[in-house]
Design a binder for this molecule. Structure first.
Ligand SMILES: [Zn+2]
Length: 250
């Protein structure tokens, strides 16, 4: 759901940059090979079908950050996922992540309420047939606070934001960097891919719907396919977020 847009005034922008800089789970990331993770937020049914199918055609799997409160609702990126989508994706080896239950702006709510909301999402996804609790989190709208980052439940081995950049060298597991796979950040991501491969970096992309004519927050099917092809040519491993973390060199 992207119809809401977080505050854009200067103070909010400065705050956002400070929050990204204050690592709550600092880590030094190094890998033997470059890694690409493709992630879907909310998530629309078209991501579960078209998106998953394109990944699978490349022998790859992605992450689907589910907000159970949006399930089967119509959003700005189309109809959202169903319990059947969730079960099929999990059975096919995709990772199901947490994207909160209600999809609120986490920077505008007390930390305790947000943590309750994450627990509600876990219970709702279990009720929909998921057998394992999510190990990865993506903040709705990418919005978070230093206090929330420090308070994340230990079951989350990572949390993903929406600030572009590579995850290599000094990184924050409580706010991984990710490129939007639409608009200008997607162009930047494609430009960076070659250079990032030389550094054995971990590149994360996020999107919503996948279609021939996607919403402004979605990715064209042919462009997702072309990106995966490019990544393969550059010797990237294409892995879900938790599987990528397991590839960290000591
Ligand atoms: Zn979202």
């Amino acid at each position: 759901m992207e119809a809401y847009s977080p505050p854009r005034h200067l103070l909010a922008k400065v705050q956002r940059r400070l929050t990204q800089r204050r690592a709550a789970r600092p880590a030094t990331l190094h890998f033997e090979q470059p890694i690409l993770s493709i992630t879907f937020d909310d998530f629309p049914a078209s991501a579960a079908r078209e998106g998953a199918q394109i990944l699978e055609s490349h022998g790859a799997r992605g992450v689907f950050y589910a907000a159970a409160g949006l399930a089967e609702q119509d959003g700005p990126s189309g109809r959202n996922f169903s319990a059947a989508d969730l079960k099929r994706l999990a059975a096919a080896g995709h990772e199901i992540g947490c994207h909160s239950y209600a999809h609120n702006d986490c920077a505008k709510r007390p930390v305790f309420e947000t943590l309750q909301d994450f627990a509600k999402n876990r219970d709702a996804l279990t009720a929909m047939g998921l057998t394992e609790a999510a190990r990865s989190l993506a903040y709705p709208y990418g919005e978070t606070t230093s206090a929330l980052k420090r308070s994340l439940p230990p079951r989350f081995s990572s949390a993903r934001g929406v600030m572009p950049g590579l995850n290599v060298g000094p990184a924050d597991l409580a706010q991984l960097r990710a490129y939007a796979m639409f608009g200008e950040p997607f162009a930047a991501m494609r430009r960076e891919l070659k250079q990032a491969a030389r550094r054995n970096a971990w590149v994360i992309g996020f999107t919503h719907d996948v279609a021939d004519a996607p919403s402004p927050w979605g990715t064209r099917s042919a462009e997702l396919d072309a990106l995966l092809r490019m990544a393969r040519d550059l010797d990237y491993l294409i892995l879900p977020v938790s599987a990528a973390l397991e590839r960290r060199l000591p």
